[in-house]
Design a protein around this ligand. Sequence first.
Ligand code: NAI
Length: 462
Amino acid sequence: MASYDVIIIGSGPGGYVCAIRCAQLGLKTAIVEGRDTLGGTCLNVGCIPSKALLHASHQLHEAEHNFAKMGLKGKSPSVDWKQMLAYKDDVVATNTKGVEFLMKKNKVDWLKGWGSIPGAGKVKVGDDVHETKNIIIATGSEASSLPGVETDEKVVVTSTGALELGKVPKKLVVIGAGVIGLELGSVYSRLGSEVTVVEYLDAITPGMDAEVQKTFQRILKKQGLKFIMGAAVQKTEATKTKAKVHYKLRKDDSEHVLDADVVLVATGRKPFTDGLGLDTLGVELSERGQVKVGKDWQTNVPGVYAIGDVIDGPMLAHKAEDEGMAVAEQVAGKHGHVNYGVIPGVIYTWPEVANVGATEQDLKDSGRAYKTGKFMFMGNGRAKANFAGDGFVKILADKDTDRILGVHIIGPGAGDLIHEACVAMEFGASAQDLAMTCHAHPTYSEAVREAALACGDGAIHS
Ligand code: NAI
């Protein structure tokens, strides 16, 4: 068997990015993947396919709601669901093949099969045991289960089944108003499903800025999504074609039942470490099943590292990518680093929602004196022209130093606009630095500048 400097287990955004960086740094590298295609959850059954369906369904929404206003008359397109799924599969195939190309280009060996770690310095794939100086666990996460709810990926589905439904359901019940529930709920709502979201807490998207949460929920309601808040799902009962969702309202313990054609369970994800043999190896896990790592992403077993969804932190592809690059540098004797204070989060609904850094609640909790600069997209010319005036940019800056501490955007292109804030925060910029930077007109980005101006002497267009 060939012997390697690094073997990475798992080819999601954490694993494959790590493999490329390892190879670039001159390390002899292999990646282990048991799926038929590379790219992990993100490319195969997560970020990429869901974005394809969000894109397609958004076009339909535009045709139905905005075309006539712009003088584009005619019948709205009808949905050919099979073709839409084929488009989505095609997007996935192009992306996963792209990763395979990158592995070849960088001379990374793909060890096909599910890997386990029989001992430090050894990775077993099928019947072969490969020797390696370093092992990086990048095995990602899987949907967490909910007591009383059994998924069959046809009627009661996780996000994976929701990307492959036989038809657009008439009634979709989504359990959990988190990122997955709202993105996929939006897709089916646009395609004509009656969507009801049942959420345990009193606000959607836990952990997000409270003002954004309220605005976001109002906009989604206007788009037709229904919400049942403060409701704990107790169980589901499913036949081959229908399901019932039983829930209890927290305020009075009253019990209720919803009928559904499809139920999407989107109540979070948990680390996936099955079959790796971590028990025998003695790798320490947290109570939540996360692999425990030190600052250099090394576990308690020397030479065994872990990154991405299997360790602590937000379960985001780009967080895993950053860790992938940083751990590669650590293994190569350099000084890989991840700035966990500047990891953006994006929800790809319409409008998009994006955030980076502290929320107002975080700042209140830590007793930090701050000021707020806010600008509504209604005051942005480009947004108005594009029927995209809903939402705002909010910048939180230190009251005394003006340093940017957090940015929260709900509005058109929020997922791209947030990176202006990320770069500014990486450089320790003040709100005034953003405010004094010339922004092209007419762009959505002017709303970011206006929010920065609002941290000082005032925005111009509000
Ligand atoms: P989530 O943690 O974002 O939301 C789960 C929601 O379910 C919470 O609001 C929670 O209060 C609710 N819930 C839990 N138990 C419940 C019950 N019994 N009854 C009713 N509600 C209940 O989890 P989600 O949406 O499944 O996403 C999983 C992970 O995937 C997240 O870490 C997310 O960041 C990531 N992801 C990120 C995306 C992006 O960056 N755009 C897209 C999709 C997923």
